[in-house]
Design a protein around this ligand. Structure first.
Ligand code: ATP
Ligand code: MG
Length: 578
């Protein structure tokens, strides 16, 4: 490709619409342009990158035995009604009507469509296992589309769905996809960390997310530096508490006045001076309209994802001050669970065996001290309710956990039979009985992956594309483009020769100053820049500059071979390079 014949509108200035570096660089490098919030056009170079990522995904999906299909993005709303997700996924669904007022959904994902397909086409265990995948456009009515391709309204996903007869077979399918994901991200030059994930509203059993550590990520991951454990903070489990070793006989409960104190912070200040970790925080929630008291250590925070699991329903909310007063006779800030038997009390496991604690007295302006949890709160049910904090012990080895922000690029999920039952994907088992197929679903945000690479791989001058997905591997830069002059002639010859060898090469044939060309090449992030100028050519040499390496001169007659060698080294699996 010749630069002058493409469309590569690089920008010097940082576009104000872009908050994070990867978004800025995709715009500045002329790879994408915005149409509207969460809607982007891929320009020629951006599309080349996307196609290369897709090619890697296809190869690895095929290698894992998955079958490619292509399903409609436009789907009958009735299908979503049948699975129950017309309601439960309502917040992300784009819904449209046709001229006859019939309702349709723009697919945010394809469990419904693939399961109904399988219900019609697969009927016997002999046809299993099967995994289907597609690379296709998804639509989600995100509340806050932002960060460019990271959270878009329309984006490209690779989604896959496995169907098995038994749970054990489904586990094997899950593992095959998990392994394929590791290979895909590695081949894209992206470092990812698989973490245990919340199964949430999908109703599944086992799930991992592939996370790219990044300050700008919207997720938080708790992980053990010893490598024993990694989980999304939404579900990261606290270590099981050791039984209390406290032998001290607890002092008697004592009620004391705390006028005007309504927060953990307030009680920790003088004159009371009760540190947050010696306080019990009491929260009141309504689950399916029934009240429940939640107890946490004063310095811990409730994790609502865990709460959903503990309550067995995602339908709950914090009670209002009035509702709380009706229930307990006090307002938030003076609440406690001592003696409360009218509603269930669930306490975070970290409180197990705690003594010398302070809690609200269920009377405005009063607290109670010398609380021994075992003695004074015998009615509580124990659960893991808190959001983990850095430094808490790893649930596997006890080593202090660390917390990092991360970008979710992929998600694998053991679904069970929820969709096969709802949509009739039953198969005949060997023993002659009908069984619902056991499913898994697997997603990679293809466009998000593309941007995550940039977030992970850039410097002050621009992007550093891993060779496997670079828009072009080599940017050939003659410093003069006058036809008939040696510099340009040699450049044209080398361009043709590299092309014949299957090297992905772009010729920067713009009549621009060298500085402009070099800046653009660095900004776009071609892995290797090859420049030809009068001075070095006079010595019979040209210059090679790997994007993240140092300048080297090679003899003109060795240039082709040396470039091929570098390309092979950078990307051993590149097809077309011998
Ligand atoms: P998130 O938590 O970021 O909203 P999700 O868990 O809803 O994502 P999944 O349903 O697991 O997403 O979709 C599979 C993959 O699709 C995600 O891992 C992510 O890479 C990508 N993805 C999801 N939503 C978007 C979006 N709005 N824009 C771009 N990519 C997305
Ligand atoms: Mg997800």
């Amino acid at each position: 490709m010749r630069w002058t014949q493409s469309l590569i509108p690089t920008l010097r200035e940082t576009p104000s619409e872009a908050e994070i570096i990867s978004h800025q660089l995709l715009l500045r490098a002329g790879l994408i342009r915005k149409l509207g919030g969460g809607l982007y056009t891929f320009l020629p170079l951006g599309l080349r990158i996307l196609r290369k990522i897709e090619a890697i995904i296809r190869q690895e999906m095929d290698r894992a035995g998955a079958l490619e299909v292509l399903m409609p993005a436009l789907q009958p709303a009735d299908l979503w009604r049948q699975s129950g997700r017309l309601e439960t996924a309502a917040d992300v669904l784009f819904r449209v009507r046709d001229h006859a007022q019939k309702e349709w959904v723009l697919g945010p994902t394809h469990e419904e469509v693939i399961t109904s397909l399988v219900a019609g086409e697969i009927s016997s265990y002999r046809q299993l296992p099967r995994t289907f995948y597609q690379i296709q456009t998804k639509f989600r009515d995100e509340i806050r589309p932002r960060f460019g391709l990271m959270r878009a309204r329309e984006f490209i996903m690779k989604d896959a769905y496995s169907f098995d007869l038994t749970d054990a077979a489904a586990q094997a399918s899950y593992q095959r996809m998990f392994d394929a994901y590791e290979r895909i991200f590695r081949r894209c030059g992206l470092q990812t960390m698989p973490v245990e994930a919340d199964t949430g509203v999908m109703g599944g059993k086992l799930s991992h997310e592939f996370m790219v550590p990044a300050e700008t990520g919207e997720n938080q991951v708790a992980f053990c530096p010893a490598g024993d454990y990694a989980a999304n903070l939404e579900k990261a489990a606290g270590a099981k508490p050791r039984r209390s070793s406290s032998e001290e006989s607890p002092a008697d409960l004592e009620r004391f006045p705390t006028p005007g104190v309504t927060t953990i912070e307030g009680l920790s200040r003088e004159p009371h001076g009760v540190p947050a970790e010696r306080q019990i925080k009491t929260l009141v929630y309504l689950a399916d309209s029934r009240p429940v008291l939640l107890l946490l250590r004063g310095d811990d925070y409730l994790n609502e994802n865990k709460l959903a699991g503990v309550l067995g329903t995602p339908v709950f909310r914090a009670a209002t001050a009035d509702e709380i007063f009706d229930l307990l006779g006090a307002h938030p800030g003076s609440l406690g669970a001592i003696g409360v038997t009218r509603c269930p009390v669930i306490a975070d496991e970290k409180l197990q065996g705690a003594v010398g604690m302070t809690t609200g007295a269920n009377a405005d302006g009063y607290h109670v001290r010398h609380v021994s949890v075992a003695r004074d709160l015998p009615q509580v049910r124990w659960a893991d309710l808190r959001t983990l904090r850095a430094g808490e012990p790893c649930p596997v080895c006890g080593h202090p956990l660390e917390i990092r922000r991360a970008i979710e690029v992929g998600h694998v999920f053991k679904l069970g039979t929820k969709y096969s039952q709802a949509l009739g994907a039953w198969v005949l088992a060997e023993d002659g009985r009908q069984q619902p197929a056991v499913m898994g679903c697997y997603g990679i945000g293809v466009t998000r992956t593309l941007q995550a690479v940039v977030e992970q791989s850039h410097d002050k001058d621009g992007i550093l594309w891993p060779a496997a997905i670079a828009p072009y591997q080599v940017c050939l830069t003659p410093l003069s483009v006058t036809p008939g002059q040696p510099v340009f002639d040699h450049a044209l010859n080398l361009y043709a020769a590299l092309g014949r060898q299957g090297v992905d090469v772009i010729l920067d044939d713009r009549n621009e100053r060298p500085g402009v060309k070099f800046k653009d090449a660095d900004l776009v992030g071609f892995p290797l820049r090859v420049s030809l100028g009068d001075k070095s050519l006079a010595r019979g040499e040209i210059e090679l500059k790997p994007r993240n390496g140092s300048l080297q001169s090679v003899r003109l007659e060795q240039a082709e071979e040396r470039i091929l060698e570098i390309c092979r080294m950078m990307n051993p699996s590149q097809p077309g390079i011998p």
